[in-house]
Ligand binder design. Structure first.
Ligand code: HEC
Ligand code: HEC
Length: 482
């Protein structure tokens, strides 16, 4: 029916209704009603919102008739400019030449491990002279090379995926921000997957990316139907803050969302990052590098700050916390999915069988087997036992608690940070597992340490260890066999 025709019918109905009312109520009641109508019109509030209400997801940029994606009702920033700003910052902070070790590969054997240290020092400063200085001196002279690393689009945040992945997986690429850390400093893509139920099989993916299309054939006769169900749920997309079907998104066209294994690729990670959901305001939320799910069965706390005690619970809360920045109302509006307890259990069943990569030089207690180790690895073990093992004990090299390393002792501007400034106090963070560590650069919660050599320089400074050059290379040699 045309609008005009519909309006005609409504008007005639109103006339008939009005006539009937005045017949029943009489002229006095009619006059009173008219007076009420007039006064109510006078009292109408000024500047009313349109009938649909203040839904920020409905505002559109006014310069176009076509609905475009946006962030919080504002047009998205120019990606090229955002990335230029970020790459300038990264190149100032790091030597990004992508040097790798020709002898040592990650567990899949397809990628050589990157070599550092990559952080640039101010002119006249050496790693040795820096390690001699006190925290106060380093802070006052502004010499600390490892200040927090910011999300390239801190204002908007959201998940960012590396180019190796966006090239082959549809719907993850964003129009407002790209990936910043060069490929050489990321895990191999796709990473191998080892199962603790079938160590005899080695990499069960045979170098392939697990997808919704291939997982059934890849895992037949390897998984139970319940584990298979869990894997399916981990592979299915659910809407996320910047990847969804509304206009408030960062993808060119509306997308179904992001799957758990889009970040935890093949149960590991390939460097995807976002902002911590646990901190406010937006400018203070630190960057979070995706952690591996390898060996979660041997851990008892999950999340760097959330201290979640079970995988079932983590799978449930990830949807409301990380996927939607901890914003429960936007999660509802954008169609967050709520997993049932049975689904969470299935997801946990699969996550619980993801194993660490094989470590042929470790014995059955997870310690270095000296009959298989090199001199450097044995010396490295001694340095590690002295300075690192209290927080990173065998067999999986974590104490399963959180520590405040108080890194903010080394940089200024504590308490007021925003993008481009040195940073602020970040508080206690979970001790990450070091088993299989050579497979997961970049390091630390925000990925600010691009190589294992950088982690050694970092801990040498913040723990005041004064390691020799020999100690440092030995320590790296040891961590590579974990
Ligand atoms: C942006 C990519 C991303 C997606 C998508 C994602 N995760 Fe995560 N995941 C992370 C990051 C980053 C962390 C570290 C969180 C922290 O430190 O608080 C993490 C942590 C975890 C942990 C805790 C591991 C540990 O060692 O503490 C589990 C378990 C986990 N994710 C499961 C899931 C599940 C299940 C899903 C799907 C519902 C999912 N993740 C989706 C990035 C992602
Ligand atoms: C006081 C406890 C403590 C000591 C001692 C310690 N660490 Fe750690 N380590 C941590 C914590 C906590 C983190 C996570 C910090 C963060 O992400 O902000 C961490 C992170 C790391 C990481 C990065 C892991 C990842 O997945 O990104 C490496 C590598 C590492 N430590 C190596 C060492 C080495 C080598 C030493 C000795 C020289 C050492 N640690 C001493 C507590 C400790």
């Amino acid at each position: 029916m045309s609008t005009a025709a519909r309006r005609k019918i409504i008007v005639s109905l109103a006339l008939v209704g009005g006539l009937a009312a005045s017949l029943i109520l009489g002229p006095r009641a009619d006059a009173q009603r008219n007076a009420e109508k007039k006064s109510s019109r006078r009292q109408q509030p000024q500047n009313r919102q349109p009938a649909s209400g203040p839904d920020i997801l409905k505002e559109e940029p006014t310069n176009t008739s076509e609905a475009r994606p946006m962030a919080g009702g504002k047009p998205l920033p120019d990606k090229a400019k955002v990335m230029e700003r970020q790459m300038k910052m990264l190149n100032e902070r790091y030597d990004l030449s992508g040097r790798t070790d020709p002898e040592v590969t990650m567990s899949g054997g397809r990628k050589h491990v990157p070599v550092g240290p990559t952080a640039r020092l101010k002119s006249g400063v050496t790693w040795e002279s820096l390690a001699e200085m006190s925290a106060d001196e380093i802070r006052e002279k502004d010499l600390f090379p490892y200040t927090p690393l910011w999300h390239p689009l801190q204002e908007v945040g959201g998940m960012v995926f590396p180019e190796v992945q966006t090239k082959v997986v549809e719907g993850l690429e964003r129009v407002d921000v790209g990936f910043d850390i060069p490929e050489a400093y990321l895990p191999e893509f796709p990473p191998p997957l080892f199962l603790m139920t079938r160590p005899d099989l080695g990499d069960v993916t045979h170098g392939k990316l697990i997808t919704l299309q291939n997982f059934e054939s890849m895992f037949q006769d390897v998984l139970t139907p319940f584990q298979m169900e869990g894997l399916r749920l981990l592979l299915q997309k659910t809407t996320a803050q910047r990847h969804n079907l509304t206009l408030d998104r960062s993808t060119d066209i509306p997308v179904e969302g992001v799957s758990c294994l889009d970040c935890h690729v093949n149960g590991h990670t390939t460097g995807q990052f976002h902002l911590t959901p646990d901190v406010r305001p937006q400018s203070e939320r630190f960057r979070l590098d995706t952690v591996s799910l390898r060996g979660v069965f041997a851990q008892n706390r999950f999340g760097s700050k959330r201290d979640i005690r079970s995988l079932e619970q983590f799978s449930e809360t990830e949807e409301n916390s990380a996927y939607f920045d901890g914003d429960i109302s936007l999660a509802e509006r954008k169609g967050a999915r709520k997993f049932t307890p049975r689904e969470q259990m299935a997801m946990a069943h699969f996550q619980n069988i993801i194993d660490f990569p094989p470590a042929p030089k470790l014995d059955n207690l997870g310690r270095l087997d000296h009959s298989k180790a090199t001199e450097a690895e044995i010396r490295g073990e001694a340095v590690f036992t002295k300075h690192c093992a209290s927080c990173h004990p065998a067999p999986i090299y974590t104490d399963n608690i959180a520590h405040d390393l108080k890194v903010e002792r080394f940089y200024k501007n504590v308490g007021s940070t925003s993008m481009g400034k040195p940073g602020r106090a970040e508080g206690a963070i979970k001790t990450f597992v070091l088993r299989g560590i050579k497979d997961s650069p970049p390091y630390l919660h925000d990925g600010r340490l691009l190589t294992l050599e950088d982690t050694v320089e970092f801990f040498n400074i913040i723990l005041g260890l004064k390691l020799t050059a020999q100690d440092k290379t030995d320590l790296v040699a040891f961590m590579r066999v974990l």
